[in-house]
Design a binder for this molecule. Structure first.
Ligand SMILES: C[S@@+](CC[C@H](N)C(=O)[O-])C[C@H]1O[C@@H](n2cnc3c(N)ncnc32)[C@H](O)[C@@H]1O
Length: 373
């Protein structure tokens, strides 16, 4: 068999499946069977081998908003109730999985579960099997060490019940480097709110390690719309930026001690900066269409060079609402001649929301018509 497995936030399987369908159509893959069981936190797509290869060459995890991890499926394994469970897994990896991989070895190995409450009891089982499977793969030289091997696909075994495992692989340049697509971020003890991790995760996912150094520099200017109690401002201050925090609420006092923050008790929808700022971030809880219009205004009028903002999703038609907002943003920027890069993702630390990153590239050149004669 062959196909796709994606990890998603529990409860968003339908949205992820709709999005995958659209993207697969765009890749030219029209025949498939899609399994999006409510609250399973994964979507499984069965494809012909030919279609899987086509999708593998075209489908990009970065283009999927509702998927955190993109895996290529070679088989389901039913584990024996007792006795040797390692051999059946290793046989599948060195057989069908290696065959679809297009390589002769793997760069790594994850044994994971979908991100659901009920899967937590399987985690211990995965851990106990990990070392045995890894040792077996090392023994048959399927996991070479060293930098030269780092481009090879990674094995992901996804345990969906105590007897069933999906045997999959990830392409290292088209996947999340974290098991289950979940970054392990430590909550800073002095941060004013847990939502600080949302912005930290957004920096990792959208900018990556390399661009973070260039895009997040000391002395840059930033505006935080809807800043209180200050979790996002905390991240900007961590990078030694000068932050203007806009909110009628109370901002954490410790953050003010940094000397880098100006707190203005103003309306986020009315405030505009005097000069273009390097960053504008926005975590105001409002209708997604209203937030999108505000973001468009900031970008089109040149108030910011980069922005990260949240769109709080409605209860229904979340994929449709997301698409409508992002299309509106792109259309308005195009009409006004702004060239932008847009990335959007439902991050691990997001709940019923998605996070959007926009970088303003430049102002598109318009053709100038000259009159002669
Ligand atoms: C989800 S909280 C922001 C949490 C913040 N990002 C953090 O990490 O601590 C939303 C904030 O938006 C503020 N807010 C809502 N509407 C606003 C408006 N029109 N103008 C300014 N702030 C607003 C609220 O007072 C609230 O503090």
């Amino acid at each position: 068999m062959s196909g796709i497995v994606v990890h998603v936030r529990q409860g968003f399987e339908d949205d992820a499946a709709k999005e995958l369908s659209h993207q697969l159509n765009d890749c030219g893959v029209t025949s498939r069977s899609m399994q999006a069981i409510a609250d399973s936190a994964i979507v499984v797509v069965t494809l012909s081998r030919e279609d899987m290869n086509l999708a593998r060459s075209k489908l990009k995890l970065a283009d999927l908003i509702f998927s955190r991890q993109l895996l290529w499926l070679s088989s389901f394994v039913n584990l024996p109730a007792e006795g040797d469970r390692v051999s059946s897994l290793v046989d599948e990896i060195k057989g069908p999985l290696l065959e679809i991989s297009g390589s002769n070895a793997f760069s790594g190995f994850f044994f994971e579960t979908p991100d659901t409450d009920s899967s937590k009891e399987l985690t211990g089982f995965c851990k106990s099997l990990t070392r045995h499977v890894e040792n077996a793969l090392n023994k048959i030289k399927l996991m070479p060490k060293g930098k030269g091997a780092s481009h090879l696909p990674r094995v992901h075994l996804v345990m969906t019940s105590n007897h069933q495992v999906l045997v999959t692989l990830a392409d290292v340049h088209n996947s999340s480097p974290w098991t289950m697509g979940i970054p392990r971020l430590r909550f800073p003890p002095s941060a004013p709110s847990r939502s600080t991790l949302k912005l930290e995760e957004a920096f990792h996912v959208f900018l990556g390690q390399e661009a973070m150094g260039e895009k997040l520099q000391a002395g840059m200017t930033a505006v935080d719309l809807g800043a209180c109690p200050g979790g996002w401002t905390f991240q900007l201050v961590k990078h030694r930026m000068q932050v203007t925090a806009i909110d009628n609420g109370a901002l954490d006092e410790k953050i003010m001690d940094s000397g880098l923050v100006t707190h203005l008790r103003e309306d986020a929808f009315a405030y505009r900066p005097y000069d273009t700022v390097d960053w504008m971030v926005c975590d105001v809880v409002e209708q997604p269409a209203k937030i999108t219009s505000l973001m468009v205004e900031w970008i089109v009028r040149g108030h910011c060079r980069n922005t990260i903002f949240n769109l709080k999703l409605p209860m229904k038609k979340r994929f449709e609402e997301t698409t409508a907002c992002l299309n509106h943003l792109k259309d308005r920027c195009r009409e006004s001649g702004k060239m932008i890069e847009v990335k959007a993702k439902q991050l691990y630390h997001d709940r019923k929301e998605i996070t959007v990153y926009v970088a303003v590239k430049s102002v598109a050149k318009r053709s100038i018509s000259t009159k002669s004669g």
